[in-house]
Design a protein around this ligand. Structure first.
Ligand SMILES: [Zn+2]
Length: 121
C-alpha cells in the first residue's frame, strides 16, 4: 500500500532494507509523474517503457532517459551534437586511426622484408 511516508515503495512492505526503498522512491516519484511535452508544452507526457515516452495530448512518442524524459547527460550530448563540438575530437580520432593503419602497413612491409632475408639465408 502506498502511504504518505513510504509512497510507492510500500508494495515492498518491510523487505529489502530502508536505504534501497528510499532510493526507489526517489526514482519512481520522477518516473511516474507527468512531464512537460517538448512538442506541445502540455504536462501530459507519460513513460511507456524504459527510455520511451508518449504525450497524451498530442500523441507524439519520443525517446529520453531510462526513468525521466530528460537527463543531465542527455542534454549535454544533445548540446554537443547541436554545436558540433565533438567534430574536432572526431578529426583527432580519424587522424589516429589513419596513423595506426599506416603503422600496420609499415609492420607488414617489415615482416615481408624479414621473411625475404630469412629465405635468402
Ligand atoms: Zn504533446
Amino acid at each position: 500500500m502506498a502511504t504518505k511516508k513510504v509512497k510507492t515503495a510500500g508494495r515492498f512492505l518491510a523487505r529489502y532494507g530502508v536505504g534501497i526503498r528510499k532510493r526507489i522512491i526517489k526514482i519512481e516519484s520522477k518516473q511516474k509523474k507527468r512531464h512537460k511535452c517538448p512538442f506541445c508544452g502540455k504536462k501530459a507526457v507519460k513513460r511507456l517503457a524504459a527510455g520511451l515516452y508518449q504525450c497524451r495530448a498530442c500523441g507524439k512518442k519520443f525517446t529520453g532517459g531510462a526513468y525521466t524524459p530528460k537527463t543531465m547527460q542527455g542534454t549535454i550530448v544533445k548540446k554537443m551534437v547541436e554545436q558540433k563540438s565533438f567534430v574536432p575530437l572526431v578529426g583527432e580520432l580519424l587522424a589516429k586511426a589513419e596513423k595506426t593503419e599506416e603503422l600496420a602497413e609499415e609492420e607488414q612491409q617489415l615482416n615481408k622484408q624479414e621473411k625475404e632475408v630469412k629465405e635468402n639465408v
